[in-house]
Ligand binder design. Structure first.
Ligand code: 3PG
Length: 206
């Protein structure tokens, strides 16, 4: 698996904030049943690392990555938990070098041409565009695509059912990331059926 393949697996990568480990497996199963196999579990909760382990063990069809990797500590934790890919909100040279030397696919966050060019110097051309809406959204990605057409993006942050198609229509967008198919309320209610329905809708966006 490389990051390009992961990004091309489905049009949407669910960004998951899991508060309780008990929700991890049923949530992952619902998303995968809906057609979204690539899952990003953000390392923002106490439950995140154990959730990654449990999903990997119980949902073999899922491709399980860690999000919100922001420093060496979270990178180590993510790798030790068995994360199959790493997502960062921003890109520091030291963190990106450490992630690259692990050999695990990485989806580094950027929102400017300079950052994109720094990562191109390291051989990376598949990037997260974050925070997508706040950083200029569709017009910004179109503009970056002029001089840097070799970069393929996963815009994330403020992307939802209302605008995902516009992003996915861009030549330089491989997939989008978002949390809308796994909202906290549905997770707390254990409404896995509705989450599966939202995932199926997201999976058919392209
Ligand atoms: C995040 O920071 O949680 C992700 O970018 C997801 O953003 P969203 O909730 O706007 O989809």
């Amino acid at each position: 698996m490389n990051i390009e393949k992961i990004m091309n697996t489905s049009p949407v990568i669910p960004v998951m904030v899991i508060e309780q480990v008990k929700d991890a497996v049923p949530l992952a199963k619902a998303l995968v049943a809906g057609g979204l196999r690539v899952l990003e579990i953000t390392l923002r909760t106490q439950a995140a690392l154990e959730s990654i382990r449990e999903i990997k063990a119980a949902v073999p069809e899922a491709i399980v990555g860690a999000g919100t990797v922001i420093n060496f500590e979270t990178l180590d934790q993510a790798l030790n938990a068995g994360s199959e890919f790493i997502v960062t909100p921003g890109s520091t040279p030291t963190l990106i070098d450490a992630a690259l030397s692990s050999g695990t696919p990485i989806l580094p966050g950027i929102n400017s041409p300079s950052e994109a060019m720094s990562l191109m110097e390291k051989g990376l051309t598949a990037l997260k565009f974050f925070p997508a809406e706040a950083a200029g959204g569709v017009p910004m990605l179109k503009a970056i695509g002029g001089p840097l057409p070799q970069i393929s993006f996963c815009p994330t942050g403020g992307v939802g059912p209302h605008n995902a198609r516009e992003y996915l229509a861009l030549k330089n967008v491989a997939c989008v990331g978002g949390s809308w198919m796994a909202p906290a309320q549905l997770v707390n209610e254990g409404n896995w059926q509705e989450i599966e329905r939202l995932a199926a809708k997201a999976a058919s966006l392209r």
